[in-house]
Write a protein that binds this ligand. Structure first.
Ligand SMILES: Nc1nc2c(c(=O)[nH]1)N[C@H]1C(S)=C(S)[C@@H](COP(=O)(O)OP(=O)(O)OC[C@H]3O[C@@H](n4cnc5c(=O)[nH]c(N)nc54)[C@H](O)[C@@H]3O)O[C@H]1N2
Ligand SMILES: Nc1nc2c(c(=O)[nH]1)N[C@H]1C(S)=C(S)[C@@H](COP(=O)(O)OP(=O)(O)OC[C@H]3O[C@@H](n4cnc5c(=O)[nH]c(N)nc54)[C@H](O)[C@@H]3O)O[C@H]1N2
Ligand code: SF4
Ligand SMILES: [Mo]
Length: 702
């Protein structure tokens, strides 16, 4: 039997970006394992991706192009040839573009994080076409904007060193589910004597294993962080030298934090003031008095609320106040993606945009796609006539899902979906195109939780008639008569363009070396900001941000209250008194893997975790079916009565495929299309609901 091992990379939207070893026997991938030599992966994969062959060889894989033969959303399709599919798409897009290309909207996110199969040929195609530009805000843009204003880019400490930290604060993240390889290191730090603290409204799988769990209400982290700053300043737990040399605006920050006494923050957050005193004391004592490393693993869970951006700003100030950056095992990490010297201009070719660089096509925010599809367009802007979806499943993942589905159901909308499976979104496609998976195509990857570049070598031939995203857009470009040389680039040629030539951080790294070795680490100092040197204009941490003042924003971090909470929306809170969050389920990756039977079986069915007191008030018993609802919509779930959910909070782990839920709905029926204070991002976790036991007739069998 001919057996070989292929070096690959996990494509999923996960900070760990694991290095994979794919065993191929007679042209079939038989095993996907973690590379034991890659310091991040350490030979271990999460359950989802260790089952990657189940996903690749899934009997439901899309294997031919198809056209819709049923109603939109019904999911009835008939196979067609690639020529018919691409000719139909080219003809339709050309006719729309002749009127106004901005009526065409590409919709994509991080189904694959690959730089080649993500936004390379696709971006070139839509840029040349002059389509609307997509504001890719659905996940991280509140936090990314906050980091940019504070530190200049999405940069932070290297978690390879966190094993040596004495205090690890896990803030708004559940790493056992969503950042497994960091969790392994945090466990090692714990064995070496570190204190682990979770800040999370929910007692997640990770929070329950920390020494201490602080559970603020969702959307109140800004107040908590400012109170920590208040105590650090009050008790002079400060690294005055670091502040003096490497920060801007300390006096202004001191004034701002003055108002956030532990007592006031405790009231806003719904936690004991003592928790705040304790955490600030420990953080400052270790970092300043004992010069020990203290680390914060901030995650995106806490920025999916109205004040998410400013909350990230407030938390991000902490390591500079105590000089935690001085040590490799200290500082903060939300994302490391800003370290990578990626040549986006070469990959995406924004210079192909009509009007570049002065008058660019309009921007459509992916987080408000429901309204964008349904509402009357702004004066002078065209109504959306076509959407091309790839690497995303908006009908399941975008907020206020009822409106998203209604938008995609528009009879006059032409929808193309490139997919592996018949997702909730695929059901609305006019033309559905089969895309290759990571085992079937070439790619190159950066990461947002470590600092390695990785290659993904194709392990097997494409399944059925599936094609890589790149090839689909290459063929469309040809049909539309795009003659620029970049439309003929092979995937290997694109991969070779990904790294900025001559950048010192990527010294010795090329596509050729990556392909061969699988992964290589960027050349960065162990403690990149020990002596400041942040990628801001001044090189300093901006407690006070002049650019924010210029942009008409509050230049100092603050607590920006939730849209939906008793204090800010009392009338709404009277009808919908419970805060709902819908963070990632361990065995799904966003809405990917929900259709892999073994993984869905582990998650069981849509659940709603509710505190015993909140359940009792509503006559809800453990295991009962409940209806969760607000003015935007409703969904049915099985109640788990548990104090994992704090009082006033309900938790529905996500993101379910709507059609695989008993009522055809998921948590995004309830979420709103309002946006964060910074970064125009969605507020999935700023959402009030009411819950009631299902009436007899609505109770479904277990
Ligand atoms: N298994 C799995 N892994 C994933 C994903 C997945 O769907 N499944 N998704 C991937 C993606 S796209 C991303 S963006 C990343 C990161 O995804 P994140 O959204 O950071 O997800 P989690 O790490 O699960 O952390 C969310 C935690 O934040 C808590 N939380 C919710 N609201 C608040 C709040 O207001 N304040 C605080 N302090 N905590 C809050 C939740 O209770 C939850 O435990 O994970 C990636 N990894
Ligand atoms: N309620 C609620 N909603 C949320 C969140 C939440 O926590 N709660 N999290 C939000 C976050 S953080 C994110 S990042 C978004 C994620 O939203 P999405 O980025 O849309 O993620 P997925 O749901 O995994 O959908 C990705 C799709 O891309 C497809 N795909 C994968 N690889 C390829 C490929 O190579 N080619 C093509 N053509 N398709 C491919 C997969 O089959 C999958 O269906 O969801 C957001 N929505
Ligand atoms: S999803 Fe994350 S933990 Fe799982 S294999 Fe991929 S990168 Fe690793
Ligand atoms: Mo995300």
């Amino acid at each position: 039997m001919a057996s070989r091992i292929v070096r690959a990379a996990c494509p999923h939207d996960c900070p760990d970006t694991c290095a994979l070893l794919v065993t191929v026997e007679d042209g079939r991938a038989v095993k996907v394992a973690g590379d034991p030599d890659h310091p991040g992966t350490q030979g271990v994969l999460c359950t989802k991706v260790s089952r990657y062959t189940e996903r690749t060889y899934h009997p439901d894989r899309l294997l031919t192009p198809m056209k819709r033969i049923g109603r939109k959303g019904e999911g009835k399709f008939a196979p067609i040839s690639w020529d018919e599919a691409l000719d139909t798409i080219a003809t339709r897009l050309q006719a729309i573009a002749a009127r106004d290309p901005q009526a065409i909207v590409p919709y994509s996110y991080a189904g694959t994080m690959g730089l080649v199969q993500g936004e390379s040929m696709a971006a070139r195609f839509f840029n040349k076409l002059g389509a609307s530009r997509l504001d890719r805000t659905i996940c991280a843009s509140a936090g990314a904007t906050a980091l940019r204003y504070t530190y200049g880019a999405s940069v932070g400490m290297d978690m390879e060193h966190v094993v040596d930290a004495r205090l690890v604060i896990i803030w708004g993240g559940n790493p056992i589910a969503s950042n497994l390889h960091f969790w392994t290191r945090a466990q090692e730090a714990k064995r070496r004597g570190a204190t682990l603290v979770a800040i999370d409204p929910y007692r997640s799988l990770s929070a329950e294993k920390c020494h201490r769990h602080i559970a603020p209400m969702p959307g109140t982290d800004g107040a908590l962080a400012l109170a920590l700053i208040h105590v650090l300043i009050r008790d002079d737990l400060l690294d005055h030298d670091y502040i003096e040399r490497h920060t801007v605006g300390f006096e202004a920050l001191r004034e701002r934090a003055q108002a956030y006494t532990p007592a006031r923050a405790a009231e806003i957050c719904g936690i004991p003031a003592e928790d705040i005193e304790w955490l600030a004391g420990l953080y400052g004592q270790l970092a300043v008095r004992e010069r020990q490393p203290v680390a914060i693993r901030l995650n995106y869970g806490m920025q999916r609320v109205h004040g998410g951006g400013q909350a990230v700003r407030a938390v991000a100030c902490l390591p500079s106040l105590v000089g935690a950056w001085r040590q490799p095992a200290g500082g903060l990490q939300l994302s490391t993606s800003g370290f990578f010297p990626i040549n986006e201009a070469a990959l995406q070719r924004p210079d192909l945009l009509p009007g570049w660089p002065q008058t660019l096509p309009r921007i459509v925010n992916m987080s408000t796609i429901g309204d964008a599809l349904l509402a009357e367009p702004a004066p002078g802007a065209p109504r959306i006539e076509a959407v091309v979806v790839y690497n995303s499943n908006p009908v399941a993942v975008a907020p206020e899902s009822g409106k998203v589905a209604a938008g995609f159901a528009r009879e006059d909308l032409f929808t193309v979906v490139l997919e592996h499976f018949r997702t909730d979104t695929a059901d609305y496609a006019d033309i559905l195109l089969p895309a290759t998976t990571q085992l079937e195509h070439t790619d190159v990857h950066k990461a947002y939780g470590h600092t390695y570049l990785l290659a993904n070598n194709a392990a097997i031939a494409p399944m059925g008639e599936a094609l890589p995203n790149t090839e689909i857009f290459r063929r469309l470009a040809q049909r539309l008569g795009f003659t620029e040389a970049c439309f003929a680039d092979s995937d290997e040629a694109i991969a070779a363009q990904a790294i900025i030539p001559g950048d010192a951080r990527a010294a010795g790294i090329s596509w050729e070396s990556l392909k061969e070795q699988g992964w290589q680490k960027l050349a960065l100092p162990a403690a990149p900001f020990a002596e400041g040197g942040f990628p801001t204009a001044s090189g300093k941490c901006q407690f006070y941000s002049e650019p924010m003042a210029r942009d008409g924003l509050d230049p100092l971090p603050d607590y920006v209250p939730q849209y939906e909470a008793p204090l800010t929306a009392p009338e709404l809170a009277a009808r919908y008194p419970l805060a709902m969050i819908s963070p990632p389920a361990r065995n799904f990756l966003n809405s990917s893997f929900v259709n892999v039977d073994s993984l869905r079986a582990t998650e069981g069915e849509p659940h709603l975790d509710i505190h015993p007191a909140d359940a009792a008030e509503r006559g809800i018993v453990h295991g009962a079916m409940v209806r969760v609802f607000n003015d935007r919509g409703s969904m049915v779930a099985r109640a788990r009565v548990t104090d994992r959910a704090r009082r006033g909070l309900v938790v529905g782990l996500s993101i379910w495929w709507k059609k695989l839920a008993s009522d055809g709905k998921n948590a995004n029926e309830l979420t709103s299309q309002r946006l964060t204070d910074l970064g125009r991002a969605p507020v999935f976790y700023d959402c009030l609901v009411q819950v009631e036991a299902c009436t007899e007739g609505a109770v479904l069998p277990a």
